[in-house]
Design a protein around this ligand. Sequence first.
Ligand code: NAD
Length: 420
Amino acid sequence: MTNTPEFDSELLRTTLAQLDRVAERLHLEPDIHLRLRYARRALVVSIPVLMDSGRTEVFTGYRVHHSTALGPTKGGLRYDADVNLGEVTALAMLMSWKCALMGLPYGGAKGGVRCNPRAMSAREREHLTRRYTAEIILMIGPDIDIPAPDLGTDEQTMAWMMDTYSMTQGKSVPGVVTGKPLIVGGSAGRREATGRGIVYALYQACKSLGQELKGKKIVVQGFGNVGSVAARMLWRDGCSIVGVGDFRGGVWNPQGIDIRQLQAHAAETGSVVGFPGTEPVSGAELLERPCDVLIPAAVASQLHAENADRIKAQIVAEGANGPTTPEADAILRDRGVVVIPDILCNAGGVVVSYFEWVQGLQYYFWKESEITSRLQELMVRAFTRVWNAAQKNGVDLRTAALMEGIRRVADAHVARGLYP
Ligand code: NAD
């Protein structure tokens, strides 16, 4: 199925190429390898929404379950103008490897709606979310598939999804989504989890390289949930955030940017652009400016064959999913740049989503300090395993992380056998 034309997309081609390469290294059985290349199921829905103008618009949405071998599926919901079936399928596949790598009892899923959420009112986004939820209702549930926020969606989106699902069940079902507001069963620390996980990964990377994270110069692309939290924590921990970018462009100050004030500016104006005391730079140029650490935390394929030679950072921490193309990956590897791969680096979000799900199922909630220390434990453990495996096998961190994630999903398939 995933080899058929309707699934074609750049990210899926990349993700399948990664799987094929790792399957060969792992000497996976050919029939298991073949099964991993396919999504288990994919649903395409049309979503009619009455817009504020009085016209009706029809949007296209997707929900894809990649693998259910390890448990119910888990994965974000993205609202973006570039969403397509192949991209959602690739992201679902990456979720399978990520959950397995982190030792979570989940398979991978992903959802998306092709739209521009920034051009829509809150009422339009609510109607879109509720109708999308109703259309995919057979695919989701606390023990089937549990969505979470991703690009262009947030806690409010999850509250609307949970409410819509609960209305169809005649009872409140908090476990159907994670990343909800605290008041309706969300978890302490979920909003910060992905950014916080990136910071833990960076601490471990620096430690492994015999370096100090404190004092490093950092560039962050994307100032949403992931990028802004990572930037704020790194700034608080004594790093110098020299450049930040978002969909409108970037800002640069080699002396370091006050992230608290930048957050206030972005909240007021909707963008980092125009922040006083900074030099304006284009989004593309920002990535190539001198720094020690680059955190791409926006969209896919930002580091590619044309700019990888000019990236100055010694460490790339992938906050976004799929920000580095395979060509760029090879160039960065040859240049000795350490790339902390997405399935490890941004796994903090799904780890705390798992904690939220467990708390919701038990109706028993933990303190933020417990969440944070458990997250740290899982991130440090996973990083150390991946780092040691990379050293032992003479491969980069991405290959080592994929080897562990894919191996576990493959083992679950072998243990369960093939139905019927
Ligand atoms: P978000 O919508 O909160 O923020 C996205 C940010 O990226 C915004 O600042 C936006 O302006 C910027 N952006 C969008 N398009 C851009 C472009 N073309 N160039 C530069 N900047 C652009 O989204 P988020 O939740 O922070 O997610 C960001 C990335 O992290 C996505 O790739 C997502 O899949 C990944 N991710 C998110 C989570 C999570 O918990 N939210 C977990 C794992 C991975």
